[in-house]
Design a protein around this ligand. Structure first.
Ligand code: GUN
Length: 282
């Protein structure tokens, strides 16, 4: 039976460090870290994410503001807002919640965010620094995954890491982070054949596919560390990950639950990046 990696516990630990860092920065420089969250349209999941992010800011004494724009907002209007936030000294982090509506070019918007305020780590300049091995802002979910592995003293060096999913938000950056920590990394996706043969090689398996219960027990090696990045709703509306938790937890050595695994870590690392950004302006 696997040990549960408790994302809430690790998160609390990190958030208490962040709260101390925020107090210290305020005392020493008078600077309060500030985060601006930009939300376009009314995607219910995005609204919940943004609400949770703002609540976490408030608990860590980080200033936050929300810019909620209607679905019909033009690309130009969004670019104008991003430019205003780039030049606002109260704001150290800008988060444009994804996905954006189809009529807006995501790449163009992400490139407009100042690389110095890009707390999501999505700007190509910051992606480049990450690939180079000198990251400024590490994308929040991948960073949270590494922090969890570290907290539980799980070795990465020399291990076979298999990442299922190749998104810019999770799959690609987490692969880089694992590679820099000396794992042998394989990135799988919807056309990988045969997927189960590859996943069974994993000492560390990261599931970031976006399909409920996609990773079944037969795809997992005995004793593997399984990190579930999925947030899906099943037929009954219950939150489930990409991993068949019941069956896989019988085989894995460590496993993250959904909810209460990767999710809380993502928000913690956003606060972390916002604090680091504020520190670098002082
Ligand atoms: N949508 C899903 N995950 C993320 C994230 O980490 N950052 C932003 N901005 N949008 C997201």
């Amino acid at each position: 039976m696997a040990e549960i990696i408790d994302g809430k516990k690790v998160s609390e630990h990190i958030r208490s460090q962040i709260a101390k860092g925020v107090d210290k920065l305020k005392q020493e420089t008078g600077i309060t870290p500030g985060l601006a969250a930009v939300l376009v349209g009314d995607d219910p999941a995005s609204e919940i994410y943004v609400r949770n992010k703002r609540r976490a800011c408030s608990n860590a004494s980080i200033y936050s503001e929300e810019h909620k724009l209607p679905l019909e907002t033009t690309e130009q209007e969004l670019l104008t807002l991003v430019d205003k936030l780039n030049n606002d000294p109260k704001i150290h982090g800008i988060l444009v919640q994804l996905p954006l509506p189809d009529h807006i070019n995501v790449t163009k918007i992400l490139r407009a965010v100042s690389p110095l305020k890009d707390v999501d780590g999505f700007h190509p300049y910051n992606v480049g620094l990450l690939v180079e091995g000198n990251p400024r802002f590490i994308p929040c979910t991948p960073h949270g995954i590494i922090k969890m592995l570290e907290f539980y003293n799980i070795d990465i060096s020399g291990k076979q890491a298999v990442v299922v999913g190749r998104s810019n938000i999770v799959g690609k950056p987490v692969s880089m982070l694992l590679l820099h920590r000396h794992a042998t990394v394989t990135v799988c996706h919807s056309r990988t054949k045969p997927l189960d043969e590859v996943t069974r090689r994993a000492d560390i398996l990261v599931a970031a596919i976006g399909r409920a219960n996609f990773i079944t027990a037969d795809m997992v090696k005995e004793g593997a560390v399984v990190i579930d990045v999925g947030i899906n709703r099943n037929e009954e509306g219950k939150l489930t990950g990409d991993v068949d938790f019941e069956a896989v937890s019988q085989k894995a050595s460590y496993i993250t639950p959904v909810p209460g695994g990767v999710g809380p870590m993502t928000i913690s690392m956003l606060l972390w990046n916002t604090l680091e950004s504020a520190k670098s302006t002082s």
